[in-house]
Design a protein around this ligand. Structure first.
Ligand SMILES: Nc1ncnc2c1ncn2[C@@H]1O[C@H](COP(=O)(O)OP(=O)(O)OP(=O)(O)O)[C@@H](O)[C@H]1O
Ligand SMILES: [Mg+2]
Length: 292
């Protein structure tokens, strides 16, 4: 299939009673792109993903995933997707290898079972029953099951929750190799460094609304990305935001000389920018939030 947009979402809404869990969200994900959906607890990320996966029906709006409406899609469509749900938590009585091999048989062109187990760092546990694994190890099984079918489009809903730092780095390597193979990825994560490392673009969702969307190195706008220069001198600590940090540093060095101390130039991280966006949304009056 050659769609250039693997996901198209237009004015998506999901209502529970009178509560708008998703209140009019639109975005697309291009083929081969990694797109991060970021937002606070309860923002509507999992609801959106589960609608795209065909696990939940929408209230209104239109959705196209690999050129198909998930609400009416069949098995062939599903075989082109990989999914790591937020709360699958494999807990079976079977071994890791048995479970991964079982999933491999569902797909027409699966990855090698042992290579996949190795890619999620579980080779030593391949013969262990899943119920005897730690929480983080079970999560790695979820990731293995998500990628075993060589998906064209992979949904990852907080895939690295419970991973130790080393496992997260290994996971990043796995995602990079999937990206190189051309896999399209939709990722949610509360680790903003992870989103910054892996994503091409991001959307920030709060209160069921998309409050910003853009390239990962542009989201939030120029103003929010202005670097901060911090230094100490004989009068104490100072801080100045400037778009030309090198010029400021040169000026400080020539005027302060040896009394210039603890100089640093800090660029706002994705986490700083994200927190700014969400705080700004939360300060808005209710009526304005409706318009977001
Ligand atoms: N079946 C349901 N019935 C009623 N409300 C629901 C249901 N499922 C989800 N919600 C509500 O919809 C909102 C969005 O939930 P969702 O799971 O999409 O959030 P999320 O962005 O994935 O959050 P988290 O980061 O905590 O995973 C929440 O307020 C949640 O309570
Ligand atoms: Mg969620």
């Amino acid at each position: 299939m050659t769609e250039t947009e693997h996901v198209i979402v237009r004015d998506l809404r999901k209502t529970y009673g009178t509560f708008d869990a998703v209140a009019g969200v639109s975005f697309e994900i291009h083929r081969g792109e990694t797109f991060a959906l970021l937002g606070p607890n309860g923002a509507g990320k999992s609801t959106t993903i589960e609608i795209l996966e065909g696990y939940r029906d929408r209230t209104s709006g239109s959705v196209s995933v690999l050129g198909t409406d998930p609400q009416t899609a069949g098995r062939d469509w599903r075989a082109r997707l990989g999914m790591v749900l937020q709360s699958s938590g494999e807990s079976g009585n079977v071994t890791v290898r048995e479970q991964v091999a079982h999933f491999a048989r569902i797909y027409p062109d699966p990855r090698d079972v042992d290579e996949t187990i190795a890619a999620v760092g579980l080779s030593e546990k391949a013969g262990t029953r899943i119920k005897a694994l730690s929480g983080g190890q079970r999560r790695r099984v979820d990731v293995a099951l998500g990628v075993i079918g060589r998906p064209e489009l992979l949904f990852l809903d907080e895939p690295t929750t419970g991973f130790d730092p080393e496992a997260r780095r290994e996971f990043w390597e796995l995602i990079r190799s999937l990206k190189r193979e051309g896999t399209t990825i939709l990722l949610t994560t509360h680790y903003l460094d992870e989103a910054a490392q892996l994503s091409d673009r991001a959307g920030v969702i709060a209160g069921g609304r998309l409050i910003d969307i853009g390239r990962i190195d542009e989201i939030g706008g120029q103003e929010a990305r202005t670097p901060v220069v911090r230094w100490r001198d004989s009068e104490g600590a100072h801080e100045e935001r400037t778009a030309q940090p090198a010029a400021l540093v040169a000026r400080l060095y020539s005027t302060l000389g040896d009394s210039l101390d603890q100089l640093e130039v800090v660029r706002p991280s994705l986490e700083d920018i994200y927190l700014g966006l969400v705080a700004e949304f939360e300060r808005r009056p209710a009526a304005e939030k409706e318009l977001a």
